[in-house]
Design a protein around this ligand. Structure first.
Ligand SMILES: Nc1nc2c(ncn2[C@@H]2O[C@H](COP(=O)(O)OP(=O)(O)OP(=O)(O)O)[C@@H](O)[C@H]2O)c(=O)[nH]1
Ligand SMILES: [Mg+2]
Length: 162
């Protein structure tokens, strides 16, 4: 008698990675982008255990802009679904309300900017992300901030503070 089980969850949260870990080899494709698993895939993990890898699932309707921004920041929705500057401005708002120690150390000097867009600009200037002519490359600044958040370089941050 063997067991079968399915791995189900949001896109890009590590379902296929767990499967590979259990299988002990790279049975399923993984990567830092949502939607990499396209179809269902059965993998025999042991003689008595077979697991089903499945594509990530999202609820049919994103309820609010804030929910959409959180999903974007967490790379649960694909990068074509949002603008980096908007997502970065949302991240700045989160950090404004609940700054982590790492954040304060790294970007605290920009906290006094009058709004999030100007803060994004101040961060870009601080990092030296300039375009020809000297204006700040906001798109690059936004991408870098989002990437820093995703790899944990801004500290341990929750988007749903208790
Ligand atoms: N930091 C961290 N990253 C992880 C962990 N598990 C998986 N990842 C990374 O998260 C990314 C997504 O992993 P996948 O296993 O492809 O995620 P998935 O849920 O199968 O994604 P879809 O098939 O697109 O739904 C990959 O870059 C993994 O290396 C973990 O425990 N910690
Ligand atoms: Mg997968």
């Amino acid at each position: 008698m063997g067991f079968t089980a399915g791995i189900i969850g949001l896109p890009n949260v590590g379902k296929s990675s767990v499967l590979n870990l259990l299988a002990g080899h790279k049975a399923a494709r993984t990567g830092a982008k949502p939607g990499l698993t396209r179809g269902r895939q059965w993998v025999r993990v042991r003689s008595d255990l077979e697991l089903l890898d499945t594509p990530g699932l999202l609820w049919p309707k994103v309820e609010s802009e804030e929910q959409g921004l959180k999903l974007a920041l967490l790379a649960v929705v694909g990068e074509r679904a949002y603008r980096d500057e908007r997502v970065a401005a949302f991240l700045l708002e989160v950090m404004h309300r609940h700054p982590s120690a790492v954040w304060q150390q790294r970007y605290g000097a920009t906290a006094g900017a009058p709004d999030r867009l100007q803060q994004l600009e101040a961060i870009g200037r601080q990092r030296g992300f300039l375009l020809k002519g000297g204006s700040v490359d906001l798109a690059r600044t936004a991408r870098v901030l989002i990437e820093e958040f995703r790899r944990g370089a801004l500290g341990r941050i929750t988007l749903d503070p208790p």
